[in-house]
Design a protein around this ligand. Structure first.
Ligand SMILES: [Cu+2]
Length: 190
């Protein structure tokens, strides 16, 4: 092979290498989780908006949290007596590899406590067992793999959990919050 051909081949290999993400990076990088409610988005100044990443704005259905109609859709799912605020958990990916996973969790609320529980589920679309007296998921009837403390506004916590392949939900179980929309699915592949 001529010398300039070898150099070109190396350059191509370097470009190809850059284009393909390293397999280990996805599983190893902390999973960013944002805990959001109306106070986190309403009246937000330019600085706040600049800090919000696009994945925080978009739900699994692709609808922006602040988009028209998003609130009505959520409100329609809430029964009487449920918490009135629109709340959500955003996650920067929907799938991770099995093994130790670290969640980098931030409460973006300006006024409310939030938390995260990692719950193993058979079907992420199914309703979790609910204690209507406590207005919360019945934690003794679900498989909780890990949970944060109750995070005040602007607080962060890193939570590391050993995840087997399967389906999980990240939920906030402060009274009323699960019913107000604070649950998001995560799928774990072998
Ligand atoms: Cu919450």
């Amino acid at each position: 092979m001529l010398k300039h051909q070898a150099v070109a081949a190396l350059a191509l290999a370097a470009v190809a290498g850059l284009a393909v993400p390293a397999p280990a990076a996805d599983g190893a990088a902390p999973i960013k989780v944002a805990l959001l409610d109306m106070s986190a988005t309403m009246g937000m100044g330019p600085m706040g908006q600049a800090m919000m990443a696009p994945w925080m704005m978009m739900g699994p259905g692709g609808m922006g949290m602040m988009g028209p109609g998003a609130g009505q859709g959520r409100m329609g799912m809430m029964g009487p007596g449920m918490s009135g605020g629109m709340m959500s958990i955003r996650i920067d990916r929907s799938t991770v590899k099995a093994g130790m996973a670290t969640f980098d969790i931030t409460n973006w609320s300006r006024s409310a406590l939030h938390e995260v529980l990692v719950v193993a589920v058979d079907n992420p679309g199914a309703q979790l067992p609910y204690d209507y007296t406590k207005e919360a998921v019945a934690e003794d009837q679900v498989k909780v793999l890990g949970e944060t403390k109750e995070l005040p506004p602007n607080a962060s916590e890193q939570l590391t959990v050993d995840l087997d392949p399967g389906t999980y939900l990240l939920i906030c179980n402060i009274p009323g919050h699960y019913a107000a929309g604070m649950a998001t699915p995560l799928s774990v592949t072998p």
